[in-house]
Design a protein around this ligand. Structure first.
Ligand SMILES: [Zn+2]
Length: 222
């Protein structure tokens, strides 16, 4: 879901094509599938926790048609800045790893379509895959470009199916695939963002080097 929009009823909920089959594939491979979501709409009174639970049940029913399932759902029902479980904070990971004690960041991957999903995965130390199709890139080009240029994620996939392929290590060259979807203007914007990011990183590294260097003050005062 894009930030700021909410699934309020089951009628609003749609499983994207290929998702059920992709999850079935993970199930068959013995990979646990856990859904983590921010449900600030509960705190705002847009819907209740019961609605969220019934949407999860609806999802399980849809998945069961292809013998797929979600192993667990964890969600944050709180408003911004009022808890430690609203993504990108790591609370939902802690809840999941408390329930499934064999979970480790190194053996997990976070697949998501929002920046907070990717930041959450990075904060925990998981592999991350950002999913954004041409539609997301078109409707919010700068968001997509910034997310891409900040190097926050390990790979970009257009679909969950593709993300799982990437997770399996079967798809390479995601950056090239990403660039192919962009117009010339978007490619230029992306490169500009990347240069800015690199410039910032360089400045930070130089600053750190100069602060850490013991003889720097001597040199300056000499
Ligand atoms: Zn929370």
């Amino acid at each position: 879901m894009p930030e700021g929009s909410y699934v309020r009823t089951i009628a609003d909920f749609h499983l994207l094509p290929g998702v059920a089959e992709a999850i079935a594939r993970l199930n068959r491979a013995g990979i646990r599938v856990i859904v983590v979501s921010n449900q600030r709409g509960i705190a705002l009174g847009f819907y209740t926790a019961d609605v969220v639970d019934s949407i999860h049940e609806h999802l399980q029913a849809e998945l069961s048609r292809v013998h797929a399932w979600i192993d667990a759902f964890f969600y944050c029902p709180h408003d911004k800045n009022s808890c430690d479980c609203r993504k990108p904070l790591p609370g939902l990971y802690e809840q999941a790893s408390a329930k499934f004690t064999d979970i480790t960041p190194g053996s997990s991957a976070m697949i998501g379509d929002s920046l907070s999903d990717i930041e959450f995965g990075r904060a925990v130390g998981m592999k991350t895959v950002w999913i954004a199709g041409p539609k997301e890139i078109r409707t919010s080009p700068l968001w997509g470009l910034r997310a891409q240029s900040s190097f926050l994620h390990d790979g970009r996939a257009a679909t969950i199916e593709q993300a799982i392929l990437m997770h399996d290590g079967e798809a390479a060259g995601s950056r090239e695939m990403f660039l192919k979807n962009l117009s010339r203007t978007q490619q230029l914007e992306l490169l500009k963002c990347e240069v800015e990011t690199l410039r910032g990183k360089l400045a930070k590294l130089i600053e750190e080097r100069d602060t850490a260097s013991p003889d720097k003050t001597d040199r300056q005062s000499a």
